[in-house]
Design a binder for this molecule. Structure first.
Ligand SMILES: [Zn+2]
Length: 479
């Protein structure tokens, strides 16, 4: 197995001298941070193909509650900025994020590293072209609708960024943590291998990080909070547009904290499902439980955050194992239309002389002040990454998010590659990739995270090793 997986990390810094001039122009009187927040309804205008489940057979029926794009802009006393952009959607694909980032660069001089995109991964929202486009059925008419939706979405995301920056005003930041327990590890070992179910013995992360953004008089203006769990409380038989538990949580929190905008970030919930699950009523219960927990954290003792903001952005190449042509030709005969589509797509790339050998995944870090940082990875990152990074950085209050700046695949742990199942193996069919990642995936991602975290001043002082070690090779395996 190759171990020289290449890491392409580009870390961009603003030159400190440049920051000084910005700070003099706009430092808030007596304040250390400025914050601005904006929200826009992004509910599709009519019935549309919904994302996340291959079993759906028709477009959406109705809207249960509105979907939103939100932006939280932060600026420190030197003028350094960070804008966190969230959406109640299955994904914000990389080319869409980069398109919006280009606009933000032109209009506001924002660097790519200063924009962090995170999509809640709701399975009750529209397809976001071209995320998981193998799952889009319904022919050209449905495709046309999701393509148009995506075009408008780019403008909507630009608009919330504009408005959040226009809203910048003196603010105080404080952080706290709560816990809710509805996320369950869904990788259930069975006699036939790992299946999506419930694994009570598997790793979970029930942490609910909460960032309170208040005006100097103490009025809460925005609350950023997160949780590591799929927004899949409702199944593929749901045809009502909504944000799943995260949608309900944001609505409820805005009722509990009048005047505040609730901003949800999904964390490393790649192998975490709500449990039990299956109905909209349960999604609402979980949302209310999460919002109630966030409110309790807000009402308790929070740790004040002092600037400065720092950010770093990079991309990492994760290598695929390569299938043989003979195997692909067999797969192309499959009666399963998704297997067939994947095989045909991979064969077409081979025939064009452009076999897909790796996947480029964004990796970002943002420090908001001494001791608080966000590590944000692209992809459906499994919870083991968050647990591992938090253990490696014990001196940092570290929030580790997946589903950030792109969602092009699951990012499994090394151990899972040996175990098999949906996240490391079968999901690659739906994402259209040639095969599973090689067994360098975990170390490559972790190394990339360490690079961006080091670039924002975070030091790893704890043990850095897999949360659940990869099993020893069975007898007879090659060394
Ligand atoms: Zn998923």
């Amino acid at each position: 197995m190759r171990t020289c997986a290449c890491i392409l990390i580009a870390v961009f810094w603003l030159v400190p001298g440049h920051l000084e001039s910005l700070a003099q122009a706009a430092a808030p009187a007596g304040g250390e941070f400025q914050a601005g927040v904006a929200s826009k309804v992004i509910t599709p205008p009519g019935p549309i193909w919904m994302a996340g489940y291959a079993a759906r057979t028709r477009p959406s029926d109705e809207v249960l509650h509105a979907l939103h794009a939100k932006a939280l802009a932060l600026r420190d006393q030197r003028g350094e900025r960070l804008v966190i952009v969230t959406a109640d959607l299955i994904a914000l694909p990389r080319d869409l994020c980069n398109q919006v980032a280009d606009q933000a660069r032109k209009k506001h001089g924002l660097e790519r590293r200063q924009l962090l995109f995170n999509a809640s991964h709701t399975h009750a929202g529209p397809v976001v072209w071209r995320n998981l486009d193998f799952l889009l059925e319904g022919g050209p008419a449905e495709r046309e609708k999701v393509v148009r939706y995506r075009e408008r979405l780019a403008d909507d995301l630009t608009e919330v960024i504009d408005k959040s920056l226009a809203d910048l005003a003196a603010a105080t930041l404080a952080v706290g943590h709560g816990q809710v327990g509805f996320a369950v590890n869904r990788r259930q070992p069975t006699e036939k291998g790992f299946r999506i179910g419930v694994n009570p013995a598997g790793p979970v992360d029930h942490d609910v990080p909460v960032l309170r953004i208040a005006s100097p008089d103490g009025k809460v203006r925005a609350v950023l909070f997160g949780y590591a769990c799929h927004n899949t409380t409702q199944g593929g038989n749901n045809y009502r547009i909504n944000g799943d538990y995260a949608g309900f949580a944001q609505t409820e929190l805005e009722k509990l904290v009048p005047g505040a905008t609730a901003v949800f970030m999904i964390l490393c919930g790649g192998n975490q499902n709500p449990g039990p699950r299956g109905t909209t009523e349960i999604a609402e219960q979980y949302g209310k439980a999460l919002a109630g927990q966030v409110k309790r954290v807000l009402d308790g003792e929070l740790k004040a955050i002092r600037p400065a903001i720092r950010s770093a952005f990079g991309e990492v190449d994760l290598e695929f194992t390569q299938p043989t042509r003979a195997w692909l030709e067999e797969e192309a005969k499959s009666t399963n239309r998704f297997r067939k589509r994947r095989a045909e797509s991979v064969l077409a790339a081979m025939d064009a002389g452009k076999p897909v050998r790796h996947l480029t995944v964004p990796v970002q870090a943002a420090a908001l002040g001494e001791g608080l940082a966000i590590a944000a990875m692209g992809g459906e990152v499994v919870v083991e990454y968050a647990l591992r990074l938090k253990r490696a950085f014990p001196r940092t209050d570290l929030v580790v998010a997946g589903y950030s700046n792109d969602v092009p695949a699951y990012i499994p742990s090394r151990r899972m590659l040996g175990e098999g199942g949906y996240e490391p193996i079968e999901s690659m069919i739906y994402y259209g990739h040639p095969g599973p990642f090689t067994d360098t995936v975990e170390e490559t991602m972790i190394a990339a995270c360490r690079r961006v975290l080091a670039a924002v001043g975070c030091q790893a002082t704890g043990p850095d090793e897999p949360i659940v070690p990869a099993p020893a090779p069975a007898k007879g395996d090659a060394p």
